[in-house]
Design a protein around this ligand. Structure first.
Ligand SMILES: [Zn+2]
Length: 130
């Protein structure tokens, strides 16, 4: 179970719609499995099929989370025109087994949460709106 305030789910949707047709991306900050904050990131690829974080922004995000006594517990990105599922490329790039991966589909107005283990097995994690 991954707990996200409804307000933050709305912010992910808003960010995804604002950046459409480019993929929006960002971090969710929190403690254990509870999200407390969102950080909007720049998609340096400016693509509708993939994203890359800006390393300088990543460093700032990490510092911000630490200052709040929390961690970067999830990465989110949008799928402008495809379902809220991990693409092959998403799975390939998901190298952190300790965080969750959220995908918001603009086309379907749906959000899903996933975890990826060392063997690249993907499991869907239930989202609880809080
Ligand atoms: Zn993706």
């Amino acid at each position: 179970m991954f707990k996200i305030p409804k307000e933050i789910i709305n912010k992910i949707a808003e960010h995804s719609k604002k950046d459409f047709p480019v993929e929006a991306c960002g971090y969710l900050i929190g403690i254990d499995n509870t999200v407390t904050d969102i950080i909007y990131m720049t998609n340096m690829d400016k693509s509708n099929e993939h994203f890359t974080f800006d390393p300088a922004e990543q460093f700032k995000a990490l510092k911000y989370a630490r200052k709040k006594g929390a961690g970067l517990i999830a990465v989110y990105h949008s799928h402008p025109n495809s379902p809220a599922r991990m693409s092959k490329e998403d799975v390939r790039l998901a190298n952190d087994t300790s965080i969750k991966y959220l995908i918001y589909s603009v086309a379907d107005n749906e959000i899903n949460c996933f975890a990826v283990d060392e063997k690249k097995n993907v499991s869907k994690i239930e989202i609880e709106e809080i």
